[in-house]
Design a protein around this ligand. Sequence first.
Ligand code: SF4
Length: 440
Amino acid sequence: MRVAFLSLGCKVNYYETERMKEQFGERGHMVVSFEEEADAYIVNTCTVTNIADRKSRKMLHRARRMNENALVVAAGCYVDSARKRGEADGSVDFFIGNGEKDRLAEVLENALREREGQSVQKKSEAAEREERTRAYLKVQDGCNQYCTYCIIPYVRGPLASKPKDQVVAEVEKLAGQGVREVVLTGIHLSSYGVDLTEKKSFLELEGKPLLSLVRAVGEVPGIRRIRLGSLEPRIITHAFAEELSGLEKACPHFHLSLQSGCDDTLKRMNRHYSGREYLEKLEILRKYFLRPSITTDIIVGFPGETEEEFAATCAFAERAGFAKIHVFKYSRRQGTMADAMEGQVPEQVKAERSDRLIQIGRQLERAYGAPFLGQDVQVLLEEIALVQGKECLVGYNERYMRVAIPVRERMQAEGLCNQVVPVRISSQGEDGIWLGEIET
Ligand code: SF4
């Protein structure tokens, strides 16, 4: 069967989609792009906001239009929350919740057999496998932080961490497939190991289970880099940062979700830190890592956010010196506390604030990268792609700067994919990409 996947939302979903692709590959099916004709389209949906819900539905309808005879599957978080609300969608053949994703291949094979009255043709596994460079590996599920804008603690179930041995076995398999960089992700990655120990809180555990995991993954032959997914700022302590800085494969890139730079807004969001505490965490990281890349998520237009509160967030972002900001306009999510709050911000105001913060983010990104001009960085080359109309080798350095190197000789360039090479940064391109030259 030809099967196409689309992943919406967070890195966990991305990881789970990769897992599903793998399962279909192992069962002999051909994974094709979402733009191609397929026998089944699987949308791994997201429900973090109402906009995410809308996008999930839109993609499911697009899949139906691609091939009206295909099986269209809605998988993941939107399914769980839509079920709770009793919603249905006529363009979808199967709804597969988070707990049922492992059965998906079997369900679809049976459905196709019934529909077509013929056995499903299997294709050679090896022929369909793409070479991959970077893999997202979900090591933790569930969250008990209850941010007031987020539905996830209600739809994802309790904290659940993947045992270290199992993670290592999966990483060994990925390394065998050519993967060089592993991104460890989780719904609340900082809580990794809480459920595997004496059930202390992640603060009491001081991030030790996660450190132990990074150490073990770093010992897998073939793995060159380990990147951590989004971390809760409170996990950063001197002890945590010092130990992590001693693990040579751990990237100096930290995604610490801020959400707001205003303490009053943070309280309404039920985030458990203040701006001052957050800045202290950044100081710790800058003490133990050389020019660490600190990236973040910020929500604008949260209920009750005044112009002064938003201005505080902008000033905070500049002070923090982020390498990248992902800006989200607050979107109401039924069933959350924030949805019932007074002071919902008009869409036009959210859009204006979003534009302003995106501009600040761009300036900060340029300022973060400027000291690397003329410097050598180590880039894991991932693919050949068109950048500003030119064919380039493209990859990321440890600090997650995207770097493009013009291709001079195609064959030679192809041979460099999936390798870490020293690149001299020469200039800044468009859309946050950096241009460089391979040293010869
Ligand atoms: S930490 Fe907050 S935003 Fe993140 S999954 Fe948990 S409740 Fe949602």
